[in-house]
Ligand binder design. Structure first.
Ligand code: NAD
Ligand code: MG
Length: 392
């Protein structure tokens, strides 16, 4: 194979959980990767530190108010500085072969599309992008030669064992779910759950939004929709099984009865390294799976009564149209309200269900239509937030 230089990487959401772990993988890569641009939401200090440490050419803070502070923090380094939503899009448009999409929520859609439209490889962590605009995003990939490589651990697992040359021999995808911090809790208990309890995930350390999504199991619902857009399967070929140890990251079942799985310790740096290096692999430090250590792997069905978000996502995946966009937007509003202690834990699924029930939107045929449906669903979700505070 021809010897090539380092691959340039831009990290969107560089100050978050996935973004920081991406920079750790790059730092360990022995020069395989160099950083083009780093984008953060509003934490200027973290962004400036990451830009210095990684030798980035450009640092962008999405919050326009952060411009002066970022400039001051990076004065004399030669690192370019910019701020605001336009600068975020410009960063995604810079010539980097790989763009890591690790902004949280539908806020990551525009920059992910900007990267796809210039034919970049997108290492996709930002699953909400595929939930709210899946068909449009995959169509943009086909039209512009962009490529999506999943970073989400379940989809990375499937990506590694999915035989694309024989996709007609795939019987089903089996997504594993940890069950989150409330896997064994009663509904009465969950009604009283605090934000601190909900974000305390047993196996993974992640950003607040995805941690709450794991507690409601909406995360697995979003991941079913994500899988539908990433792999050539029908909705009814996507299954979910609860696997509390988070060792088997997901599976593909074939028509001959074979089930192929990818295993590993719960460490996001592995799927990040897979996505950055694909189709090659790179060495990575970290704990190894030790199958002699009395490890037991257990599997159980998901309880749709205690985790209604999973059923809502399944219904929405089946129905299609505008509903996945509505589901995602309503969930973002409800999770933010829960994290701000404005609503109870069980209200999250109620708000999503009510917003879905009221939506009359039609399937979006452009990104502008996605944005309009998203905005309307956010207003609808805000209007259906219970006003009684924490009590569910
Ligand atoms: P996080 O909250 O830790 O980080 C989010 C990042 O996005 C931060 O850098 C923040 O500054 C930035 N951001 C937020 N709003 C922005 C905006 N409007 N414009 C620009 N930047 C903005 O979240 P995370 O846990 O790293 O998750 C990121 C994405 O990856 C989510 O979509 C999540 O579902 C997905 N994901 C995360 C994990 C994980 O282990 N954390 C695993 C699988 C998938
Ligand atoms: Mg996941």
């Amino acid at each position: 194979m021809a010897v090539t230089g380092p691959r340039r990487v831009t990290v969107m959401g560089a100050t978050g959980s996935v973004g920081r772990q991406t920079l750790d993988v790059i730092a360990q890569s022995g020069g395989r990767f160099v950083v083009e641009a780093l984008v953060g939401g509003r934490d200027v200090d973290k962004l400036a530190r990451a830009a210095r440490a990684s030798g980035a050419r450009l640092a962008v803070v999405a919050d326009p108010q952060g411009y002066a502070a970022l400039g001051a923090a990076l004065a004399g380094t030669g690192i370019e500085v910019a701020a605001g939503p336009e600068a975020v899009l410009d960063a995604a448009g810079r010539p980097a072969e790989i763009v890591v999409a690790a902004i949280v929520g539908a806020a990551g859609l525009a920059s992910t599309l900007a990267a796809i439209r210039r034919g970049a490889t997108v290492a996709l962590a930002n699953k909400e992008t595929l939930v709210c605009a899946g068909s449009l995003v995959t169509a943009a990939c086909a039209a512009h030669g962009g490529r999506l490589i999943p970073v989400d651990s379940e989809h990375s697992a499937i990506f590694q064992v999915f035989d694309r040359s024989q996709s007609d021999q795939v019987e089903k995808l089996i997504l594993t779910a940890s069950g989150g911090p409330f896997r064994t809790r009663s509904l009465a208990d969950m009604a009283r759950a605090t934000p601190a309890e909900a974000v305390a995930h047993p196996n993974w350390s992640m950003g607040a939004k995805i941690s709450v999504d794991s507690a409601t199991m909406m995360n697995k619902g979003l991941e079913m929709i994500e899988a539908f857009h990433l792999f050539p399967v029908r909705e009814d070929q996507i299954e979910v099984v609860v696997h509390p140890q988070s060792i088997v990251h997901s599976m593909v079942a074939y028509a001959d009865g074979s089930v192929l799985a990818q295993l590993g310790t719960p460490d996001m740096r592995t799927p990040i390294a897979v996505a950055l290096s694909w189709p090659q692999r790179m060495p990575l430090e970290g704990p190894r799976l030790d199958l002699r250590s009395n490890l037991s792997l257990t599997f159980e069905p998901a309880d749709l009564e205690r985790f209604p978000s999973l059923k809502l996502a399944r219904d929405v995946l089946r129905a299609g149209g505008a509903l996945p966009t509505v589901l995602n937007a309503a969930n973002e509003v409800a999770v933010a309200a829960f994290l701000a202690s404005r609503i109870g834990f069980l209200d999250i699924a109620r708000v999503v269900e009510q917003t879905l029930a009221r939506s009359t939107a039609r399937a979006p045929s452009s990104i502008a239509e996605v944005e309009a449906i998203d905005a309307e669903a956010r207003r609808g979700a805000e209007a259906s937030l219970p006003t009684s505070g924490r009590a569910a």
